[in-house]
Design a protein around this ligand. Structure first.
Ligand SMILES: C[S@@+](CC[C@H](N)C(=O)[O-])C[C@H]1O[C@@H](n2cnc3c(N)ncnc32)[C@H](O)[C@@H]1O
Length: 246
């Protein structure tokens, strides 16, 4: 990698490799980054106020930037970034915000720079549902069964998938619920899925932002660096992999 090459990873969570600028709005990373707030956060957890979800003290990835990406602003100069990777993040934004962000990604990428978008594949989920309904499964490897082995009907499984993480604080009330909501909502983090893409729709989103040569890729495959550390095996079954060029 050349000294000046900038690679960014949007919605990285803690899956941020070295040599990439890892960007996320998870408030825990922000708090864990600073000594005083790290101590405060640990005390809150010790008090037992945060019992699940928000109490995992995540270690920020290297080169971490705390940014609310729903605002559609990237603090990089135009034509300065070589690669933009984003995995299982875009579906957390309403489509119009995702569209604005992709236009911003286009702005900051150099000419010939590349974006790789990994999202849950709407078509794969829809196919899994229809296969369950029509009993015409060619495999017993149904995506919805894999995700929700304990739900009874295809409709329950499909609805569970669509509302995945829609309520970050199910059944949590009182002080604990309020703190979790503040953590997860107030600082811009969106855990709910807003929009699911199939290839055609993601292609439309990227083309509208100005991208060309939009191609479907697959797990670990593509014209992109560091895929062995960027693509996550756990997302493989349900994901759509798309690359495009500025
Ligand atoms: C499902 S995780 C994906 C993490 C990782 N990239 C992966 O592939 O497993 C979604 C990430 O998007 C982040 N996120 C959600 N809304 C965001 C926003 N508005 N700005 C920045 N990051 C956001 C969350 O904090 C979370 O870390």
């Amino acid at each position: 990698m050349s000294q000046k090459e900038i690679r960014i990873n949007l919605g990285s969570s803690d899956c941020g490799p070295m040599n990439w600028i890892n960007i996320d709005s998870d408030i825990r990373f922000y708090l864990m980054h600073h000594t005083i707030t790290r101590g405060m956060l640990k005390s809150i957890v010790r008090l037992g106020v945060l019992k699940s979800g928000a109490d995992d003290l995540l270690v920020p990835p290297p080169n971490f930037l705390y940014v609310d990406l729903s605002k559609g602003r990237l603090h990089f100069a135009s034509n300065s970034v070589s690669y933009c990777y984003t995995s299982h993040f875009l579906e957390h934004l309403p489509r119009y915000r995702a569209s604005r962000l992709m236009t911003e990604v286009y702005r900051v990428l150099k000419s010939g720079g590349r974006v790789r978008v990994v999202v849950p594949d709407l078509e794969a989920v829809a196919r899994a549902y229809v296969q369950k309904k029509t009993q015409c499964e060619t495999t017993n490897n149904n995506l919805l069964d894999f995700e929700y082995p304990n739900l009874a009907t295809p409709a329950q499984k499909l609805n569970a998938y669509f509302s995945k993480f829609a309520d970050p604080t199910p059944g949590t009330t009182g002080l604990r619920g309020t703190i979790k909501r503040v953590f997860q909502g107030f600082f811009g983090q969106s855990l709910g899925h807003h929009w699911l893409y199939d290839f055609e729709d993601l292609e439309d989103l990227l083309a509208s932002a100005g991208f060309k040569d939009i191609r479907r890729e697959s797990y670990g495959q593509g014209n992109f660096p560091d895929l062995c550390v960027l693509d996550i095996e756990g997302h493989r079954r349900e994901s759509l992999y798309v690359e495009a060029e500025k």
